[in-house]
Every structure is written in structure tokens, then in C-alpha cells.
Design a protein. Sequence first.
Length: 277
Amino acid sequence: MPLFHQKTITKYSSDSFEEKTDTVAVEAPLEMRLGFGPETEREQKSISVTMRTPGNDEELTLGFLITEGIISTPDDLLSIKHCGDVKEEEKKNIIRAELKPTIKIDWSKLDRHFYTTSSCGVCGKSSIDAVKSNCLTRISSTLKASVSTILQLAEQLNDSQLVFNLTGGIHASALFNSQGKILMIREDIGRHNALDKIIGASGIANNFPLHENILLLSGRISFELVQKSAVVGIPIIAAFGAPSSLAIELAEEMNICLVGFLKKDKFNIYSGKDKIQ
């Protein structure tokens, strides 16, 4: 499935209309199904439908399961793969994660109507209390970053955003090492999806916890993005945009440094000032 396609548009400029070809990002639904139960009594349940940019679906699913607290480690799973027993046109848009028979599910952690739009990952939560994960612990990382390390992050992300540079319509999350070298980038229509893909890829590579890593977001910093980062132990989060009030509160509680409005020569620190030297 392509990440983008060409669309004929009408452009207005300088008092005239012109037919042009534009490149637009692809958005498609992904249904996540969970297989669970004893070997002789396997069951299946649909747990989420998210609008996403196609690609890295296994990473997205693993990241989602971990950051929602459904599983605690990739070792809780037997497999993640697209379903082959569905209509041909649905095969790339339905994925099933198989839990090990010994893993028990706390269904209360799925206490929301799991329709997730590409713009909001927590829309549909059935209560305010359900928004906050109960699998969070204060991060004990001692990672510190220099000002020069933080300032070099933005250019690396901009240079690596292949789909954004073509379409202008997609978000990105990037993971860096403690020296500010980019390790991976994932792009997606949804901010939370891009981060779930980063987290899922890190889980597949057996790199948890991410105590020695820096995360860069291409947009704003929401509560949910801080929470997802806290689950896997990311101690420093930077972004091109601003954090929300709840994002700052959670970052302070979790010992996370939040850097917003990152430019090539300046940034704001909203929490964890001691982590920037």
C-alpha cells in the first residue's frame, strides 16, 4: 500500500486558477485484533480501529499494546501479522496480535470505545481516570543533554522526513541517542501513531527501556505523547511545537524533560531544566 499518491488539484494564485498535480499522504484504517486464551480455547477480540499511514503496522500494533498497558513486554506475544482469512481488500488493513496462552488480560485497561482518529489518540476514553495509564513509574534515568545536542536535533529530523517533504501533511517522531545522533524516524498521519511505531520498533529490537534516548516530535506535545514516552522510560522529549498543561504536569511527575518550540538556535524548557546543560 503506497504512502502517498498524486491528485489533480485546482490552485488559486495571483488572481488566477491553475490545474496542478499535488502529492497527498495516504490515510487508511487499521483494525487491531487480539488473540488470547488457552491453546485449546483461543478467542479473538477487536480492540482498536485507528486511522494511520500504511506501513510499519506490526510496530504500530506492538507500540499500541505496550503503551496502553495491555502487555508489558514484547515477550508476551506469540506473533503480530496481518490477517489472511479476510476479504482480499481488507488484508492489509486488519492485523492480529497473538498473546501467549499464559498471559491474562486486564480488560479494564481497554475501558474506552477504541475508535482512534488520526488526530487524537485518547478520544473515546470513557472517563477522565481512564485516560491516565496505571503502568507508569517515575523515570530514574540520569541522562543529560548539552544545548548543542538539543539544537542539532531539528535539522536531522527535517532532513529525514521523506513523506512530509513530499506532501506537507504528515507527522513524525524520531529517536536519538544521548549524543544527538538520529537512530530512527517514523512518519504517520497521526502523532500518536508515529510514536507508537517508534516504540514498537524499539521493542522489536529489544531496546527497552529507552533511558538513554531523546525523542523529537514534529508537532505539539500532548498529554498522551508524554504518557506513551513515560511507559518506555524516555527521559527527554523535544518538539517543534508547544506542550499542553497536562503534558507539563505529567512530565514533572515522571521526571521527564520537556523542550518545546525547538528552532535551530533556541528552545523553551518546560520541565526538567536540570537535564539540559
